[in-house]
Design a protein around this ligand. Structure first.
Ligand SMILES: [Ca+2]
Ligand SMILES: [Ca+2]
Ligand SMILES: [Ca+2]
Ligand SMILES: [Ca+2]
Length: 614
């Protein structure tokens, strides 16, 4: 700053004296009355200094006005001459001394280009760690490079002037250098966190264990309070052959919550006791969960000659309000109407906008109308069902024709002893204004059953799989060793054509239902199977999630995801899937029976895999 002031005074002075170039005109500060003295030689001081990184040929001295002085600035080492403090950029210059002058020669470090090439999606942050100013011969700056992958990408390596796989590296810039930062798309990531369930006399630890590891009714949901996961209740296998359910303590829904990116125990709800939760449905923040337990000493009582035996498999259905930070549960049925709720659904079948509940298969088709304040009323008469037909095993309420009233969709389990049964069929019932009952309006067989084994329907899910605005129907089926799923494409007026069938036996996997979501973000809904066993899934290299993910071709046909190998070396007992922020999430517990006893806390691992498939 000081040098600029000097310059300013100098130029002001020159402009004032431009009309008398042969003499120096100095404003006389002395009073006029003072005697005039003879003119003496005027001297000025020239001061020349060198900034960091160089020298100057002279440091200056006292000069008579008008005298000229030549000065040269010389850089040293890795420095270059930049300029003089008065803005002059000539390293050697001639100065005419006509006032006091202070001049500094400025030098700067020689600059080498550092070229950074980025492959993939991410950025590189450059920071100077050490400008290298302590010695004359320091040849450059040390630069810290930090690789920052974009969301969904990961850093691979530095190549070029530096070879490293570390995110942070340091590089000495002593010559022109080129560095490449390579990022690649994340295919998947796995995280694990430990969850503790404190020991309590309220709960049976073996029931908790069974609830955690059982494959069915694993429910993810989110609301404005966060993300939650429910372990649908399941009782210990110790109770599989009890005389009655009263000899088997029920299990309870265990709810986890995601806090700061970690799953933690939120609550165990004792007001929804269930022996084995099988199917569920969430609609408008309301969950319906049905007890599909198969407890009883008759074992596979479904095949018993005695009709009463199969009816022993009964339990309760609950609806749950999922809109809050805590769940409130409401029992749907009374004790008279306990049902083997293998299939369960929720929807509005009487047009009052309150969500009603349907359950199958035993005993028969159960319909519960929601009176809101007074709870539910059993009303099986609302449907005109021919009891000579097979009892449906899977049920769904969905408004297929957009008239604001749900249709009732069934798929039966089939009957190996009855060749004219409704094997691999679907049937649809629509409310009839005249009879004021649900009457059958559609029935068709897929025809696959004729290939041999009877395929039993275990779930029905309605989505528009070919994006034509008409809802389509997907069915999950099971058989002894032949699970499958199929797609029925909707035509207008509640007419369905069997379109796609996938037998899973050839892949050596067994499934319990599936979730529907667009995993590759192409706008078409895909299917993620809930695989629970099979050498095709549990391979020596890990769990083969390719076999779980089936990609929609846009028409409602599906093929196994094969773009990349999704085998993940991870241990888990069961899992569920959901999409969040364009990423396929698989969440699953890992716990072994050896880790359980009835008197200690339960500590288990909760796994979270994120697949980036688009
Ligand atoms: Ca209703
Ligand atoms: Ca309708
Ligand atoms: Ca459609
Ligand atoms: Ca898709």
């Amino acid at each position: 700053m000081k040098s600029y002031i000097t310059i300013f005074i100098l130029s002001f002075f020159i402009s004032c004296s431009s009309d008398s170039a042969d003499s120096v005109s100095i404003p006389d500060p002395t009073p006029i009355s003072k005697p005039v003295t003879p003119a003496s030689v005027v001297k000025y001081t020239l001061s020349v200094t060198a900034g960091e990184g160089g020298t100057v040929s002279t440091t200056g001295g006292e000069y008579e006005s008008g005298q000229t002085v030549s000065v040269t600035a010389t850089p040293q080492g890795e420095y270059l001459f930049k300029d003089w403090s008065d803005g002059n950029t000539n390293a050697t210059r001639t100065i005419t001394v006509s006032s006091n002058i202070n001049l500094t020669a400025n030098f700067e470090k020689r600059k080498y280009p550092l070229t950074i090439n980025i492959e993939g999606e991410g950025e590189v942050i450059e920071e100077i760690v050490n400008a290298g100013r302590t010695t004359d011969y320091d040849s450059g700056a040390t630069v810290k490079l930090t690789a920052v992958p974009s969301e969904g990408w990961e850093f691979v390596a530095w190549t070029g002037a530096i070879e490293s796989t570390e995110l942070e590296v340091q590089l000495l810039v002593s010559e022109a250098k080129e560095v490449n930062a390579e990022f690649k798309k994340i295919l998947y990531s796995v995280s694990t966190n430990q969850i503790i369930i404190p020991n309590s006399s309220q709960f049976n630890n073996y029931n908790i264990y069974q609830s955690i590891v059982n494959i069915t009714a694993k429910i993810y949901y989110s609301n404005s309070f966060g993300e939650y996961f429910i372990f649908g209740p399941s009782t210990s296998s110790d109770y599989s052959n009890v005389d009655s359910r009263s000899d088997a303590p029920p299990a309870y829904p265990i709810v986890l919550k995601k806090l700061n990116d970690e799953w933690v125990l939120d609550e165990i709800y004792t007001d929804a006791p269930i022996w084995l939760a099988r199917n569920f449905k969430i609609k408008e923040n309301v969950l319906v969960l049905g007890d599909g337990n198969e407890l009883g000493k008759y074992g596979a009582a479904w095949e018993s000659e005695n009709l009463e035996d199969k009816f022993k498999w009964r339990g309760n259905a609950y609806i749950a309000d999922l809109s809050s930070n805590k769940i409130s549960w409401k029992k749907v049925n009374d004790d008279e109407n306990m049902t083997w709720f293998h299939g369960i659904t929720i929807g509005d079948i009487n047009g009052d906008s309150h969500l009603d509940v349907g359950g199958v298969p035993a005993p028969g088709i159960k319909l519960f109308l929601n009176n809101e304040t007074n709870g539910f009323t059993s009303n099986d008469e609302l449907i005109n069902y021919d009891e000579n037909l097979n009892i449906p095993f899977a049920i769904e309420f969905e408004d297929l024709d957009n008239d604001k009233l749900d249709e009732i969709i069934f798929a039966s389990y089939g009957d190996e002893n009855n060749p004219v049964s409704e094997h691999n069929s679907i049937q649809i019932y629509k409310h009839n204004q005249t009879t004021n009952r649900y009457e059958r309006v559609f029935f068709k067989k897929f025809g696959v059953g004729s290939q041999g084994e009877v395929l039993g329907a275990t779930s029905i899910k309605v989505y528009d799989f070919n994006n034509d605005g008409i809802k389509d129907i997907s069915i999950c089926r099971e058989a002894r060793n032949n699970d499958s799923f199929e797609i029925w494409i909707g035509k207008s007026d509640i007419e369905y054509e069997p379109y796609f069938f996938q037998n899973l036996n050839q892949y050596n996997i067994n499934i319990k239902e599936f979730e529907v979501m667009d995993v590759n973000l192409d706008g078409y809904l895909d299917i993620v199977l809930n695989i629970f066993m099979g050498s095709g899934f549990n391979t020596s290299n890990g769990l083969d999630f390719n076999k779980a993910i089936w990609i929609n071709d846009g028409k409602g046909g599906f093929s196994m995801y094969n773009e990349k190998n999704l085998t993940v070396d991870v241990l888990m007992n069961s899992y569920t899937s959901y999409m969040k922020n364009g990423v396929l999430n698989i969440i699953a517990p890992h716990l072994t029976l050896e880790e359980i006893n009835n008197s200690d806390d339960i500590s288990f691992r909760f796994k979270h895999i994120k697949f980036h498939l688009n």
